[in-house]
Design a protein around this ligand. Structure first.
Ligand code: PHE
Length: 445
């Protein structure tokens, strides 16, 4: 599903309803759960296999493209094995390339742009709310379908639940696709003011602003009747007023004196719902999604007669603007020329591109079938080429007399770190073609 530039982080839960594409059977994942133990990442065996789907022919290429995959890791006290997450089972659609991102937690690196941004938001809340907000940044990204969708009232037929959009470990377990997945459990634990930062996972297209793993920060604040009564307001008006005040302040804290506007929005878990936009580089840019929390969520989780606001920030898109980072893949780079440009506590240092390596374009055409989706194609491309794939673009589509549709996709290969050789790109493209044919059952032209 192609979204407007950068808007994916908030748009997913606004999609119109469509049928759930997945037909998932039952099975369970063996993930032990001591959920809230913080700051406890431990790594065990470090193996370095190629992503399972990659079949390079020469040894040299294998070496170049090898990426480490941790086979066991621990996030916030939850031990996770590769085999718990990546399974050869029709109810599972998590590839190794996604497993390899689990536990990396860019948001917990104080020198990384995502960590610097998280800390800048923390500063704002600490200054303005005298540390009232509890911060969680180590909650396990493996959550139940109930947490991710049901608890936040996402309708049964909402597109975000589809196998095409979300990574399922099994029929009841997903990689969270938003930090809102933790709202209900934290409320039940008695939390009333909290910030949850975490990595979130969505199947999506490939371009400079979309990556299947990104980072969000959720804010949540509960109010009691005495708070709105003393101002003679009703609960919803009070929560909405407080929410807007808080987020306008946060936006000024991050961006300085920018022009802002509020736009009405829809999320299943808030009503009314809004988006905040800022005027940046001569256009309006969405900064966050938010709203007054649905009463049903509060009531079901022990907050009768209360009111609350919630917001969700997409950290990559804000960091791209604040640090001038032109491509979302750079956040995952271990290249010193990237990493060394940022310093903890310094928001808004402008990134200086160290060089722009040449792109290489490869087109491929095939007859699609009814089950073809662009996200499935992109998953294959990422599985084969990893971060060497810069964009996957539909450049031509037509339907013949027999009503069979042909698509032509252009794949741009480019490394952020070096020049790619012809041999390497040809091999990647040949592997993509092979896998597209065998896994998507399409007919290459
Ligand atoms: N969870 C929403 C998303 O990812 C963002 C959001 C959070 C909106 C909280 C409203 C309130 O799209």
């Amino acid at each position: 599903m192609k979204m407007l530039i950068q808007s994916r982080s908030f748009a997913l839960l606004r999609y119109p309803m469509i049928e759930v594409a997945a037909s998932l059977s039952q099975s369970t994942v063996c993930v032990s759960s001591t959920f809230f133990r913080r700051y406890a990442i431990r790594r065990y065996t470090v193996s370095a296999p190629l992503p399972s789907s990659t079949t390079f022919s020469t040894k040299k290429l294998k070496k170049k493209l090898r990426q480490p995959v941790m086979s066991v890791l621990e996030i916030g006290g939850t031990k996770i094995c590769r085999d718990d997450v990546v399974k050869d089972d029709p109810t599972n659609n998590v590839p190794d390339s996604i497993f390899s991102k689990l536990g990396l937690q860019l948001h917990r690196r104080d020198q990384h742009p995502i960590g610097i941004l998280k800390n800048a938001v923390y500063d704002y809340f600490n200054k303005n709310y005298s540390s009232e907000f509890t911060k969680f940044d180590n909650l396990c990204p493996i959550v139940s379908v109930k947490q991710n969708f049901d608890d936040v009232l996402v309708p049964a037929d909402h597109v975000s639940r589809s196998y095409n959009d979300t990574y399922y470990i099994d029929a009841q377990t997903v990689l969270r696709c938003h930090t809102s997945a933790h709202q209900a459990e934290l409320l039940r634990m008695g939390q009333t003011h909290f910030l949850v930062t975490g990595d979130v996972y969505r199947r999506d297209s490939i371009d400079s602003t979309h990556y299947p793993v990104f980072h969000q920060m959720e804010g949540f604040r509960v109010f009691t009747p005495d708070e709105w009564e003393q101002f003679g307001m009703d609960n919803t008006t009070y929560a909405a007023t407080e929410l807007k005040k808080c987020l306008e302040g946060l936006t000024r804290h991050l961006f300085g004196a920018v022009e802002m506007r509020w736009v009405d929005a829809y999320f299943p878990f808030t009503s009314p719902s809004f988006e905040l936009e800022i005027y940046f580089q001569e256009k309006w840019m969405e900064v966050l999604g938010c709203g007054v929390v649905e009463q049903e969520i509060l009531k079901k989780n022990g907050r009768v007669n209360n009111s609350a606001w919630a917001f969700g920030l997409g950290l990559e898109r804000l960091a791209m603007v604040l640090f001038d980072i032109p491509d979302i893949r750079l956040f995952w780079s271990n290249d010193e020329r990237f990493i060394s440009q940022f310093t903890g506590g310094q928001l808004g240092v402008k990134f200086k591109p160290f060089s722009k390596f040449p792109p290489c374009y490869k087109d491929m055409s095939f007859w699609i079938n009814d089950s073809f989706t662009e996200n499935n194609l992109c998953e294959i491309v990422r599985g084969v080429a990893g971060d060497l794939a810069e964009t996957v673009q539909l450049i031509d589509s037509f339907t013949n007399k027999k009503r069979i549709t042909s698509h032509c996709y252009r794949i741009t290969y480019r490394s952020m770190e070096r020049s790619l050789t012809d041999e390497e790109v040809n091999q990647l493209q040949s592997n993509v073609r092979e896998e597209v044919q065998s896994k998507l059952n399409v007919v290459l032209r």
